[in-house]
Each structure stands twice: as C-alpha cells, then as structure tokens.
Design a protein around this ligand. Sequence first.
Ligand SMILES: NC(=O)c1ccc[n+]([C@@H]2O[C@H](COP(=O)([O-])OP(=O)(O)OC[C@H]3O[C@@H](n4cnc5c(N)ncnc54)[C@H](OP(=O)(O)O)[C@@H]3O)[C@@H](O)[C@H]2O)c1
Length: 337
Amino acid sequence: MTTRIAVIGATGYTALELLKILARHPDAEVIIATSRLEDKLSIQDVHPALTNSFDIPLTQLDVETIGSEVDFVFSCLPHAASANTVRDLMRGGVKVVDFSADYRLNDVAVYEKWYGVEHPDRERLGSVPYGLPELFRDDIRDANLVANPGCYPTSAILALTPLLQEKLISHRDIIVNSMSGVSGAGRNTNAAFQYCMANESVKAYGVGTHRHAPEISQYCTSAAGEICEVLFTPHLVPMHRGIFTTCYVRPSEGVSASDAMSALRDAYREEQFVRVVNHPVETKNVANTNYCDLAVFENGDRLVVVSAIDNLIKGAAGAAVQNFNLMCGYEEATALL
Ligand SMILES: NC(=O)c1ccc[n+]([C@@H]2O[C@H](COP(=O)([O-])OP(=O)(O)OC[C@H]3O[C@@H](n4cnc5c(N)ncnc54)[C@H](OP(=O)(O)O)[C@@H]3O)[C@@H](O)[C@H]2O)c1
C-alpha cells in the first residue's frame, strides 16, 4: 500500500538526498514539500537534480494540512525548529522520522546544556527510539516517532557498540577523531563551511564543544553498561560528502584486532548496510550509498577501529528511509540498494 508523505525543510541537503531515494521507492508518494523562503518555487527549481522525478510546488508548513493529507512526515529541519513542529504533528496522528538532534538525547538537561535552547517537547525525551536499525530495529518497527541519528554518531556508534557490548574493549579512554565533508553543515551554513574557506585546508572544530559528543557518549554508555569516557574531535576536510572516523580504544586483556574484526563480523553478519572489510576503509567506497564500512587495526597497546559513511545517506537520508521502511512494514532495504 502506498504511503503519502510530507518532507518538511525540503530545500536542504539531506532533503535532496531523501527525495532522490523516495523517487525510486515503489510505495512512497511525496505529496507535500515545505519551505519557509522558497514557497513560490517548485521542488525542481530548488533541486534541479529532481527534474522528472517530482513535480510538486514548495509550500509553507501547515501542520493541519499535513495531518489531514499524509501518513508519514520526514522532518529535515534544524534542531528546536524540528521538535516545535514534530510535537504538533504527533497530535495529528502521523508517523515521523526526525532528522534533527531533538529526540536523540534522553536527558533534557543534557540537551539544553549542549544545544543552548529550551527543549520544545520535553516530555517525549527518553521514549523515542534511536533510528539505527542495526541496533534498535524492534523499537523502530513499533514507533510513531523515530530520532534519526547524527552523522558522526552513526559512524562511531556502529564501530564501537559490538566491542563494548562484548567487553572486548575498555569503556574508559576512548578517543574518536572524525573527518567530515562540508555538506555536513547543511545548506544554510556559516562562512567556515563555504568552498573558499574549506578548500585546500583541514581543521579541527568544535573541540570539546561539538554537540555530537553527548550523543556518542550516551549510546556507547548504554552499550557498555558503564559510563563511557569518549573524547570526540571533529575535523572539516575539503570534500563534498563523507565521514571518516578513527576510534582509538584500549582492548581487554588478550584481545587482538582480529578478535575485534570477528566480533564486528558476528554482530553485523545479517546486516545489509554494514560491511566489515579487509580492503582499506575509504569514504569513496561508501559515497552515495547507505553502507557503513568498518575495519580494526592494532597500534601499540591500542586497537584502532575505523569507519566510513556518506553523511547524507547512512548518516541521514538513507537511515531515515531504512526507518521509514521498518515503521511502515516495507522490506528494510527498499529503495536503498
Ligand atoms: N547535513 C548532514 O550531513 C546531516 C546529517 C545528519 C543529520 N542532519 C540534520 O538534518 C537536518 C537537516 O540538515 P540539512 O543538512 O539538510 O540542513 P539544511 O541544508 O540547512 O536544510 C534545512 C532546511 O530547513 C529549512 N528550515 C526551516 N526552518 C528553519 C529554521 N528555523 N532555520 C533554518 N532552516 C530552517 C530550511 O529551508 P527553508 O529556508 O527553505 O525553509 C533549510 O533548507 C538538521 O537537523 C541536521 O542537523 C544533517
């Protein structure tokens, strides 16, 4: 059965990738696409890549119209703006995948400290499944609202969770260094992420303050069953898309890289989108796909776990469609392979 869909914040980068995927989904019909600023245009005017895929006008967001006309909403809005809208949409009975960070953290105080705003829908925090199907598939299937994970957290949490769950690595002293292409900051970005500033340059940013740090810590802590100390540092690299993450961890007594690789292979054996690979992990191997590639190496007394994803696909739109498929009873990989 076809599901009628609204995409809100449809002019953004993640929305474009989402719409490309939905264009080839046999059971998805996008009937509403919203924009605050471009509501005189059609979706093809803003995203010419969608020419001949979608021929719908961009409209102002109207919660009542969405509630009466669609079954499912993808919210591609920034944090706070998203929860403000999602809260009202949920009253209308639609199902929602939220791309923003608004429902990812369980603790209101942690959210408000790191995001610097009052949470618009405090009561829901802690009860919304985290949209990483590889780890939370059953919860996602039954949910009306799913919190799509952050891009950096996806790359780190998929790399670390099985190793923490199996106690193959220490929950202490985990270092996560990530590199992202500029599309990670979205379309309405600040000057630091624009071509002239970012090209031919690499820099660390948000050191000690990046909002994905508490998200990574929260899910590593729940995997380990003990409070995880994770030191997270993101870097901006001159690429359009892609995330490469290097995790430095302390192995438990006698655990080798090959043991850790075997544990990752066991954990993800049935997964279609997580690949534990023997060849070098590289962003170009996962670009424009919903795959996450993983590998483990030894370096001195540490294990080094590396992962690569496309931030806009496995880190956003691809995961969102995986969640949509689960929530609507479609085969999980529909439109994603
Ligand atoms: N980029 C990534 O790699 C990535 C990965 C994972 C998750 N996310 C999350 O996904 C969401 C969308 O990200 P994106 O990269 O697609 O962002 P984006 O390119 O900046 O698009 C967001 C869209 O939301 C609309 N919008 C509505 N209300 C807004 C407001 N109050 N402030 C700013 N924009 C508003 C804007 O469209 P109009 O101006 O036309 O209304 C804008 O085009 C964000 O929550 C982001 O954190 C992004």
